[in-house]
Design a binder for this molecule. Structure first.
Ligand code: 5GP
Length: 226
């Protein structure tokens, strides 16, 4: 399985700026790194292009890829299936470029068994409240959808021990510098794993105890729509 060299995995909950960071890296270093285009069963959104953002496939096609062992990893994320085709990894490998995987924590749990030498980085928000504010400021998702994303974030934080490197997205500039230093120049980010795990422990405590989270949950349970 050693053909999967030079793989960089970036995992982050929604609202941590992962897409902005990855897109900037890809546009600054097009000769060095390429994003693996995943397959998904979710509907194409306005502004997206088949083969660029994703390969948009039917559920049947996706399930065939899984049963014929053509997926490196796959997961159900927010009700849709997403996966990385082995063929896509091989295609980028042949170009000699580094491979960027933007997958979720469930995907990484599977993929790390096969590509154990991949570099896995977890992007953290500076605080849960800031993450929630960023989800709100997108202005695209209902309260219910944002709540679902917050719950997924909890699962992501619970899996934080699965990563080697951690970057806090305090500002896009500092997070981008840390990410490009790591992926392009092989320099470790300033935050140690111990410090990052301490941060995620605090987030998990907050999930269970913070009044503002209980308040949002109450609104969701009451079926409050905006
Ligand atoms: P979106 O629908 O917003 O494009 O993506 C939702 C989430 O799906 C992203 O946060 C990303 O982590 C996850 N995702 C995208 N592609 C893949 C993939 O190939 N495998 C896995 N496991 N997750 C993916």
């Amino acid at each position: 399985m050693t053909q999967f060299r030079n793989v960089y995995v970036v995992v982050a909950p929604s609202g941590t700026g992962k897409t902005t960071l990855n897109n900037r890296l890809l546009s600054d270093y097009p000769e060095h790194i390429e994003m693996s285009v995943s397959c998904t069963t979710r509907k194409i959104r306005p502004g997206e292009t088949e083969g660029v953002n994703y390969h948009f496939v039917t559920k049947e096609r996706f399930e065939n890829l899984v049963s014929s062992h053509e997926m490196l990893e796959w997961a159900n994320v927010h009700g849709n299936l997403y996966g990385t085709a082995i063929q896509e990894i091989n295609r980028i490998s042949l170009t000699g470029k580094k491979i960027l995987l933007e997958i979720d924590y469930q995907g990484w749990k599977q993929a790390k068994k096969i590509i154990s030498d991949a570099v896995a980085v977890f992007i953290l928000p500076p605080s849960l409240e800031e993450m929630w504010r960023r989800l709100e400021s997108r202005g695209t998702d209902s309260l219910q959808v944002r709540w679902k994303r917050l719950q997924s974030a909890k699962k992501e934080f619970e899996s934080s021990n699965d990563y080697e490197f951690f970057i806090v997205n305090e500002t896009i500039e500092s997070a981008y510098n840390a990410l490009s230093d790591l992926i392009i120049h092989g320099k470790s980010p300033p935050l140690s794993k111990d410090a990052a795990l301490e941060m995620t422990r605090k987030f998990l405590f907050e999930f269970e105890n913070a009044a503002w989270i209980k308040d949002i949950e109450k609104q969701v349970l009451e079926g409050k729509h905006e």
